[in-house]
Design a protein around this ligand. Structure first.
Ligand code: HEM
Length: 408
């Protein structure tokens, strides 16, 4: 394998921006799969970007070199929303936040919450059934609403029925963040005028909700299992952005994943349907893992080198932008045979390389265990209760900050 390749077709000043902008997912997968190089370079305007394909470089960026490759570039758009959260913090601040939150999000916290998750999953499915007219399809919005209800109960001990204002606040906040990510290089413009007002009112609402959760008594929930109790008022305040980030980003990722799990369930040959039906243990987890391979909700991650760094034979300069795309890696023939085929049995053994739906290393997703439990319990409940789900038909994907379905 070569060390470097340069994507073809760049324009003066714009570089590859127009092709990237018109379909970022097709552009990224295309240049990654066509090249025979560890790193493919392209230009977004005057910004030179490294798209990393090589697994040892990816592992180093997320592992030993994670402090050098900080969350930069495209992540800037999320800063007004959740800038003070674990997601963005670095160094000692990040270690402190992680230690406070880890107890709740670790395996013991999540398994303590399992029976609560199961009950809320059932209630949320019942609520959706009652809202749907006979034979009407279950839309992505219904799935978002169910996910929010489950997250609200499990994380915050709150009951978010379908008409609760939190649904609108979270969805419109996500859409504003998404929209501003499209105004390449001019993020500030999207946050002015009417949009800024809408943003501020939702942000205030979510901030107050988070404050209530952090300071008031509540039903038992995951946030109760954090080590927040030991903190003084000022320190607790610093976790407001964390709660907001769990609501906005946690809901988005789980809802996108759940949609694709249900979509795959509908499309699979009867063989797999009956396997996941009968074998309520392993087969269902394999099914979810394979869905996350083909449809990783976070399809791309960006980093920026805060100093020069040497890989084996490659020099990365300070300020260099680095992209790693779980979508492109998960469908890369270098790592997967028949990559486009849905084959859950490939996860009988854990893949040694080429799989990172929750990223890797110290900055991997803290909500991974919770997300997997929620997805499993939805699948269990749907299969065990023989519910007929008529899902809206997806005709493709919408590669924004997440990988939402494109509905017919
Ligand atoms: C299927 C569902 C989910 C997927 C696929 C997912 C994926 C990811 C990925 C890829 C990252 C790394 C992003 C980057 O480094 O640029 C991440 C980080 C993170 N995720 Fe998730 N996530 C999911 C659900 C959740 C949930 C439910 C929560 C919390 C309620 C959560 C909280 C976080 C946090 C706080 C981080 C930052 C961790 C750190 O920097 O130390 N995620 N997630």
């Amino acid at each position: 394998m070569n060390t470097f390749a340069e994507a073809s077709g760049r324009l003066p000043l714009l570089g590859h921006y127009l092709t990237y902008r018109s379909n970022p997912l097709a552009f990224i997968s295309g240049i990654q799969h066509k090249s025979n190089a560890k790193v493919v370079q392209f230009l977004l305007g005057t910004n030179r970007v490294w798209l990393v394909r090589d697994w040892s470089i990816i592992s180093e960026i997320f592992g030993n070199a994670h402090e050098v490759f900080a969350k930069g570039f495209g992540n800037e758009i999320l800063r007004p929303a959740i800038g003070g959260s674990l997601f963005f913090s670095e160094g000692e601040e990040w270690q402190f936040k992680k230690q406070v939150l880890l107890h709740a999000f670790g395996s013991s916290g999540v398994s303590e919450s399992k029976s609560g998750i199961r009950t809320t999953v059932r209630l949320s499915l019942d609520e959706t059934d009652s809202l749907l007219a006979a034979n009407a399809p279950m839309s992505f919005a219904h799935i978002q609403c169910m996910t929010m209800r489950v997250l609200g109960k499990v994380l915050l001990g709150r009951e978010f029925l379908h008409d609760h204002p939190v649904h609108r606040a979270v969805e419109e906040s996500w859409q504003l963040i998404e929209e501003s990510s499209k105004v390449f290089g001019r993020f500030w413009m999207a946050w002015r005028g009417k949009k800024k007002k809408t943003w501020d009112s939702h942000r205030n609402y979510l901030e107050n909700l988070s404050r209530e959760v952090l300071f008031d008594t509540r039903d038992s929930c995951l946030m109760d299992l954090t080590e927040l109790q030991d903190l003084d008022r000022r320190q607790r305040e610093t976790f407001i952005d964390d709660v907001v980030s769990f609501l906005i980003a946690g809901r988005e990722c789980i809802a996108v994943a759940l949609f694709w799990v249900l979509d795959n369930l509908r499309q699979q040959p009867k063989d797999w349907q009956s396997r996941v039906d009968k074998d309520c243990g392993k087969a269902r987890t394999l099914f979810i893992k394979e869905t996350l391979r083909l449809y990783p909700p976070i399809w791309m991650m960006a980093r920026q080198a805060n100093r020069g760094y040497e890989f084996d034979g490659l020099h990365c300069k300070k300020g260099q932008i680095v992209f790693i795309s779980p979508y492109a890696v998960h469908r890369d023939p270098l790592y997967w045979s028949d990559p486009e085929k849905f084959q859950p049995e490939r996860f009988q053994q854990s893949p040694a390389q080429g799989y990172l739906p929750f990223a890797r290393g110290p900055r991997a997703c803290i909500g991974q265990g919770l997300a997997m439990s929620i997805l499993r319990l939805f699948l269990d409940e749907i299969l065990q209760s023989n519910r007929e789900i008529h899902l809206s038909k997806a005709v493709g994907v919408q590669p924004g900050l997440s990988l939402r379905p494109l509905i017919a």
